[in-house]
Write a protein that binds this ligand. Structure first.
Ligand code: MN
Ligand code: MN
Length: 434
């Protein structure tokens, strides 16, 4: 009896090894010839529980119970093998936890573009709304603020970020691929693409209903304030505002902002700088955990002190590796897939279990405390981001739990022997193999 790899499990190839339903074997019941023949005729079987309830292709014995003669879009369907052909251990249904920037509408202007995945389109995503933005060389996301905090990761190029805190302490910083920024709720800021190629980044607002297309913008406010009020407010003649834009700029093409040091000098305030930098180099920090299967880099308020409402983990999974079975006791998880190919299965009460496939630009979401794992299904490194609306990163590892309760208890639950349990990782590896 051999454990069938998860890759093969989804593949349902005719050459798959036949193995027997585990609970029958454990019950010590002699298998009838009929039972063996059913398993063999299905040409696949696996450990787990593929026949109670009998879901999945393995249980569809007639070819017409598993084919798909109606209308199809193969290019799209082909991206979702786990939806087309779920593993037999998937059971019942659950709200979709897959979304993507790849099929999100772009708002394009001279200077860049943005597209978003918010709770309006992705119902499960109550804690976090995601935005993918491009700023051209010198392209500017205009001076603005909003009611939500903004966390971001650079995915290409370089960007200059400006911000002011509520005590009037300014910051200007340049970020590059793999760097983060965090702007607390309500604080004003701006972004500008730098260098020959500008910038691309992903923003996360700490509220699923937030939207990039509903922010408080400098140009909107100025255009909707009477000139005499502007004159009184700034102490200049009303005519000084004769040329203000009458429509919001949002994103527009700017000029080269020049050296960072000059901008930092220009914004200096008597109140000094904020106590904590609002930028952080996540991709260049040492891994918090590293195994043969990959590594994890964490940024939360314990090291990225400014980031008080978002905790992040950048996860790299080697080919053949897996983000281990685990859950997060404190917050929902919002995922952004950066490189490679992945398959995630989520477990909920019921039982319910569902599997989905992810590629670069896709977004995943797991409700607080629901069990999940993420497999690298490709031949290259899988890189993805886990975000939590929380000051601190936290998780519970299944293997860590099962190796830190009395062994007898685990053996009685799972009908496994002591030698097997002794081989379980006791170190909370995060990524397997250890
Ligand atoms: Mn913003
Ligand atoms: Mn997780």
């Amino acid at each position: 009896m051999k454990l069938i790899s998860s890759d093969k499990r989804a593949g349902v190839g005719a050459n798959m090894e036949v193995s027997l339903p585990r609970r029958r074997m454990l019950a010590g019941v002699a298998l009838s010839a009929a039972a063996v023949s059913v398993a063999a005729s299905a040409k696949a079987a696996s450990f787990g529980n593929p026949d109670s309830p009998p879901e999945g292709r393995i249980n569809g014995r007639s070819p017409t119970s598993v084919d798909n003669p109606g209308p199809q879009n193969p290019a799209l369907a082909g991206q979702f093998p786990s939806f087309q052909d779920p593993p037999a251990t998937d059971v019942n249904g659950m709200p979709i936890f897959w979304a993507s920037f790849n099929n999100a509408h772009k708002r394009i202007q001279d200077g860049g573009w943005a597209r978003e995945v918010t709770q309006a389109d992705f119902a499960i995503s109550s804690d976090i709304a995601g935005v993918n933005m491009r700023l051209s060389r010198n392209g500017i996301r205009e001076l603005h603020w909003h009611q939500q905090a903004e966390w971001a990761i650079m995915v290409d190029g370089r960007c200059r970020v400006t911000a002011l805190d509520e005590q009037g302490r300014p910051q200007v910083a340049d970020v590059q691929t793999g760097d983060l920024w965090y702007i607390p709720a309500g604080l004003p800021h701006s972004l500008q693409g730098l260098g020959a190629t500008g910038a691309e980044f992903v923003l996360a607002f700490d509220n699923g209903r937030a939207t990039e297309f509903n922010t408080l913008m400098l140009t909107d406010w100025i255009a909707h304030t009477p000139p005499d009020v502007l004159a009184l407010n700034f102490g200049v003649p009303a005519e000084a505002f004769a040329n203000i834009p009458l429509e919001q700029r949002w994103i527009f093409q700017g000029e080269d902002p020049g050296p960072l040091a000059a901008d930092q000098q220009a914004v200096k305030a008597g109140r000094g700088a904020p106590p904590h930098p609002f930028v952080f180099s996540l991709s260049r920090k040492a891994p918090d955990r590293q195994t043969r299967g990959g590594f994890v880099q964490i940024a939360d308020s314990s090291n990225f002190n400014a980031s008080t409402t978002i905790a992040a983990a950048l996860v790299t999974v080697r080919p053949g590796g897996m983000r281990e079975l685990h859950w997060h006791p404190h917050a929902d998880e919002w995922q952004y897939y950066i490189k490679g190919a992945a398959r995630m299965t989520v477990f909920d009460t019921g039982p319910r279990a569902q599997t989905a496939d992810f590629r670069p630009g896709d977004v995943g979401y797991v409700k607080k405390s629901l069990g999940h794992y993420v497999e690298n299904t490709g031949s290259t490194d899988l890189v993805f981001l886990e975000l939590f609306k929380s000051a601190r990163y936290a998780e519970v590892s299944l293997s860590d739990w099962l190796t830190h309760v009395p062994p007898q208890l685990v053996m009685e639950h799972l009908n496994i022997d002591r030698e097997t349990l002794a081989r379980f990782s006791r170190t909370r590896p995060d990524i397997v193999p250890v």
